[in-house]
Write a protein that binds this ligand. Structure first.
Ligand SMILES: [Zn+2]
Length: 159
């Protein structure tokens, strides 16, 4: 849990820097990080480390000044993450930084484009997000991040 908090702080900083977000960005596009059990144990056909849920709830224009309010849930497939990293701190931190940064890139793109992807567009969006995450994390001072980038490099066409 301590590693989760630290990786969340690092991932948010890196993403904010990369997209040049102001400090209020994540307040306007809030997200919560959940474990799979908290998220209700959704079944996924493939080995997945996290998935993203978006909730839109209309709120009064008087309250928010805008027509709708969005909330994201980053749902961690913690059993897969622990299996992948063996639960070792030195592996878990860079891996979590990657997984969370990846999901934050999804949120960043959703919140910019307000897009709802059709299912046949999802694969290319996935590649784009992997590619951005790769560029974003390349060279950041997080021990072990190189190995994680290598691990995911086939997803973004990088060699
Ligand atoms: Zn993704």
């Amino acid at each position: 849990m301590d590693i989760l908090d630290r990786s969340a702080v690092i991932a948010e900083e890196i993403t904010s820097d990369f997209f040049a977000f102001s400090s209020s960005h994540w307040a306007r596009h809030p997200y919560e990080i959940k474990t799979l059990r908290e998220a209700g144990n959704v079944d996924f056909p493939h080995r997945t480390y996290a998935h993203l849920m978006r909730y839109d709830s209309p709120v009064s224009a008087k309250v928010s000044g805008s027509a709708s309010y969005e909330l994201y849930h980053i749902c961690l497939h913690d059993h897969n993450i622990l299996e992948e990293t063996g639960g070792l701190q030195e592996k878990l931190l860079p891996f979590m930084v990657y997984v969370l940064s990846h999901e934050l890139v999804h949120i960043a793109r959703f919140s910019r484009h307000h897009c709802n992807l059709l299912s046949d567009e999802k694969n290319s969006e996935e590649e784009i997000v992997h590619s951005i995450t790769h560029r974003m994390l390349d060279g950041v001072p997080v021990t072990g991040i190189d190995m994680v980038l290598e691990r995911f490099s086939h997803h973004c066409g990088a060699s």
